[in-house]
Design a protein around this ligand. Structure first.
Ligand code: EPZ
Length: 449
C-alpha cells in the first residue's frame, strides 16, 4: 500500500488539464455490452475503477483495448456470459451499472450485490424497482441479483427515493429501456451531467431518449444499438477538487478542459467563500484576492452542490474565518474525514447529517487515514494548507478515481510524495510531540490524620 507525504504551505500556481469524467466513463463503458460493433471512447481516465470495470467487462465477453493514442475500444464478442462475480464487484460498487445493459441485451443478468460502503448505506432498491417495472423477474440469491426477461417492455417509472434521485439507478434503467419494447417514461430521473453523457452516447448508438438533463425522460425502445465513437465529458469533480486546492493554498491556478456549465453550484459557493473564479474560454482561472469567508454548504442532487465535493469544501472552510455548517443530504453519513481533519487541528463537530466548523485557525500536519475517494482528496487539500508535513494513508481510495492527482499537484508546485506505507516512511517531523509539560507529581497516599 502507498501513502502520500504532503508538505503544506506552498501556494499552488500554474496550469493543468482536467481528465475525462470517471463517473461518466463507467456507465458508458458498460453500455458497450448492448452495442453491435465496436465502441470507441476518448478521454477515458486511467484509474483503478476503470481497470476494475475493464476486467469485469472482459469476463463478460467484451474485448477492451487501450489504443496507443489513449482511446479505449470495447467490443462485445459473445452474448453468453452474464455473471458479474463478487470478487470484481466488491472492488467497485459502480460495477452494478452492467446490470441494466446485460439484462436488456442478453435477457439475463447475475450481478453480485456490492456490500458495505464507507460513505453510508447504499441500497440498489430503486435500480431493481425500475427494472422490475420494465418486466424483469428479479430475485436475490446467495448475494447475487438475478434478473431475467426475454424482452423488456416500456412503462412509466417513478425513480425518486428518500434522498432524491439515483445516478447509477437512472443509468441502469435508462440504458435497459433503450432496448425495451415500446415507450418508457422515467420520472424523478437524475439530472447529473454523467447521466446526460450516457444518454447522449446511447442516442449516438441509435437509442431514442428525450429529456436528458431534466427529471423526466422519455425513451422509445429500439431493436438494436450500434457501436459509437464518443468523447467523455471533463470530470467536474476533479475540476472542483483542483479549484478548491488552489483556493485552500491561496494560489492561482488555470484549469483546462472544464465545463463551467456543470460547475455552477461549486463556482457560486467558491465565490461566496471569497474565491475568484474566472472563465477563460474552455479554461478557468482560480485565485483568492482576499481573506476566505465562512459559508454554509448543503450537498444535494444536481444541480445542487455535489456530495462528491463535500469533503474538499470542508477542508477549504477550515481556512475560512468564522463558523460554517456543512450538510450532506445525499449521503447523510459521509463524514469519515471529519475526525481526520480534527487530527490536523480543525475544530469540527458532527450534528446528524451536518458538520459545524469553526475555521480560520492554522492546521498542523499529522498522520491521517483516507476512508474513501473524496475524503482522500479532502485530506490532501487539508495537508496542502497545513503547516508542516501530513501523511495520508490508504491512498488506494484516491487512486480509484483521480488520474495522476499527485503529478498534477506537483506540476502546480505542491510538495507531495508517494511512498510505500512503512514505518520508515513517516517523517521525523511527525514523531510524538515533545512533552514540555512539567513532570507529573507522583500521587502520594496520605492516610487520614
Ligand atoms: C453516484 O453513486 C456516484 N458514483 C457517486 O460518486 C456519487 O457520490 C453519487 O452518485 C451521488 O452523486 C458513480 O457515478 C459511479 P445514488 P450512486 O444512487 O449512483 C440513495 C465517487 O466518489 N439510493 O445517486 O451509487 C443512496 O443511498 C462516488 O465518485 C437509494 O436509496 O449514488 C443515496 O443516499 C461516490 N436507493 C442517494 O440515493 C437506491 O436504489 C443517492 O445515491 C439507490 C440510491
Amino acid at each position: 500500500m502507498d501513502l502520500f507525504v504532503v508538505k503544506g504551505g506552498t501556494s499552488l500556481r500554474g496550469r493543468v488539464r482536467v481528465s475525462g469524467s470517471k463517473n461518466a466513463a463507467l456507465p458508458i463503458m458498460a453500455a458497450a455490452l448492448m452495442a453491435d460493433g465496436p465502441t470507441i471512447l476518448h478521454d477515458v481516465p486511467e484509474l483503478a475503477d476503470v481497470s476494475s470495470l475493464s476486467s469485469l467487462l472482459t469476463t463478460l465477453g467484451v474485448a477492451v483495448v487501450r489504443r496507443t493514442d489513449g482511446a479505449m475500444t470495447l467490443e462485445s464478442a459473445s452474448d453468453e456470459p452474464c455473471v458479474a462475480h463478487y470478487d470484481l464487484v466488491r472492488k467497485m460498487r459502480a460495477s452494478v451499472c452492467v446490470l441494466g445493459p446485460l439484462l436488456a441485451r442478453r435477457g439475463r443478468a447475475c450481478v453480485s450485490l456490492p456490500g458495505g460502503c464507507n460513505i453510508g448505506d447504499r441500497p440498489i432498491d430503486l435500480h431493481l424497482k425500475g427494472l422490475r417495472a420494465l418486466g424483469a423477474e428479479i430475485r436475490i440469491e446467495r448475494g447475487y441479483v438475478i434478473a431475467e426477461a426475454a424482452r423488456l417492455t416500456g412503462t412509466s417509472i417513478y425513480l425518486g427515493g428518500p434522498f432524491g434521485s439515483t445516478v447509477t439507478g437512472t443509468c441502469n434503467v435508462m440504458a435497459a429501456a433503450t432496448l425495451a419494447n415500446g415507450v418508457t417514461t422515467i420520472e424523478a430521473a437524475a439530472c447529473e451531467p454523467e447521466v446526460v453523457d450516457l444518454g447522449n452516447s446511447l442516442n449516438a448508438m441509435g437509442a431514442r431518449i428525450e429529456g436528458l438533463g431534466t427529471p423526466f425522460l422519455r425513451i422509445e425502445g429500439v431493436e438494436r444499438l450500434a457501436g459509437v465513437e464518443h468523447t467523455i465529458i471533463p470530470d467536474r469533480i476533479e475540476a472542483a477538487t483542483l479549484m478548491i486546492a488552489a483556493a485552500a493554498t491561496r494560489g492561482r491556478v488555470t484549469l483546462d478542459n472544464v465545463r463551467m456549465d456543470h460547475l455552477t453550484s461549486v463556482v457560486e459557493k467558491l465565490r461566496e467563500i471569497g474565491v475568484r473564479v474566472q472563465p477563460r474560454g474552455a479554461a478557468v482561472e482560480v485565485h483568492v484576492p482576499a481573506q476566505l469567508q465562512s459559508a454554509d454548504c448543503v450537498a444535494l442532487p444536481y444541480p445542487g452542490l455535489p456530495t462528491d465535493t463535500q469533503a474538499q469544501m470542508m477542508s477549504l472552510l477550515t481556512q475560512a474565518q468564522g463558523i460554517s455548517i456543512v450538510t450532506d443530504k445525499v449521503f447523510p453519513d459521509r463524514f469519515m474525514h471529519l475526525p481526520e481533519l480534527v487530527r490536523l487541528g480543525a475544530r469540527i463537530r458532527r450534528e446528524g447529517s451536518s458538520a459545524i466548523l469553526s475555521g480560520g485557525r492554522p492546521l498542523s500536519g499529522a498522520c491521517v487515514m483516507a476512508s474513501d475517494l473524496r475524503a482522500s482528496a479532502g485530506l490532501v487539500i487539508a495537508g496542502l494548507a497545513a503547516e508542516g508535513e501530513t501523511v495520508i494513508r490508504r491512498i488506494y481510495h484516491l487512486d480509484r478515481g483521480y488520474e495522476r492527482l499527485e503529478a498534477k499537484l506537483a506540476a502546480l508546485g505542491a510538495t507531495i510524495r508517494r511512498v510505500k506505507d512503512d514505518p520508515a516512511a513517516i517523517p521525523e517531523s511527525l514523531a510524538v510531540p515533545e512533552d514540555n509539560a512539567p513532570p507529573l507529581v507522583p500521587w502520594v497516599h496520605r492516610p487520614a490524620a
